[in-house]
Design a protein around this ligand. Structure first.
Ligand code: 3PY
Ligand code: MG
Length: 240
């Protein structure tokens, strides 16, 4: 299991993103589904994060080729595509992530706009990572076919929506170690195809429980959880 720790962010503040990118996490995810990240923020974030050691991913708002292209144009190392309902959605996401002949991505990288260099299309196709979220019953039903879809580089579990849509709780989902259980099925499908498997954890506790399923690429915390933890630590430490 490959261990990689990321931070999930829901902010439009690019200076904060830049600071978070230097804190030691392996990667950063910008949430354009539930966070205030619009196309202008994407542009500013791409510019601020260009050349920063930790790569950034963008969780796009939907299975939307235009947004997938824009996130990659901004310099994202990959996209996390939410609300996938089955293999057809996964195919659209994969095609949108790569230039022809592998896919249908359109040419329009942003770095030349700020004096940077665009990647060669072949290099971009080689390096990009298209993560498909497994967070609906349809995606779970099709998980084998999704994992086998050319251009899908990883399965990314959304435990909150997956639990909600399966009519269970996040705790029950994370505690379910049945080999036919949802998380085991996702991990087995990814392993069978030799692709990555990741998840949103949101806390170190949830990260430990996800690692116990063999899921190592994890969003371990969020920007707002870090703020809360920091405030709590200071107030507990200060004995006024
Ligand atoms: C989920 O758990 O559903 C997510 O999308 C995490 O952000
Ligand atoms: Mg979700």
């Amino acid at each position: 299991m490959e261990h990689s720790r990321g931070i999930w962010t829901s902010t439009a503040d690019v200076d904060l993103l830049l600071r978070l990118a230097g804190t030691g996490f392996d990667w950063l995810a910008l949430d354009a589904q539930h966070g205030p990240v619009d196309r202008a923020v994407l542009h500013a974030a791409g510019r601020a994060l260009a050349g920063v050691h930790a790569p950034f991913l963008v969780r796009v708002p939907a299975v939307d080729p235009a947004w997938i292209g824009a996130a990659l144009d901004a310099g994202a190392a990959g996209v996390v595509v939410p609300s996938v309902t089955g293999v057809a959605d996964a195919e659209r996401a994969a095609l949108a992530s790569r230039y022809p002949p592998l896919g249908e991505r359109s040419w329009g990288p942003f770095p030349p706009l700020w004096g940077g260099k665009a990647s060669d299309p072949e290099v971009a196709n080689e390096l990009v990572r298209c993560w498909v979220m497994v967070e609906t019953p349809g995606a779970l039903d099709d998980v084998e076919a999704i994992a086998a879809t050319p251009g899908v580089d990883g399965l990314f579990v959304g435990p909150l929506d997956l639990a909600l849509s399966l009519g269970t709780s996040v705790d029950a989902l994370l505690d379910d170690h049945d080999p036919q259980g949802p998380l085991a099925r996702v991990v087995a499908a990814a392993e069978r195809q030799g692709i990555l498997v990741g998840a949103f954890a949101g806390s170190p506790t949830a990260a430990r429980r996800l690692r116990a399923h063999g899921i190592g690429f994890l969003a371990v915390t969020t920007d707002s959880a870090l703020l809360t933890a920091g405030v709590r630590a200071v107030l507990e430490d200060d004995d006024a």
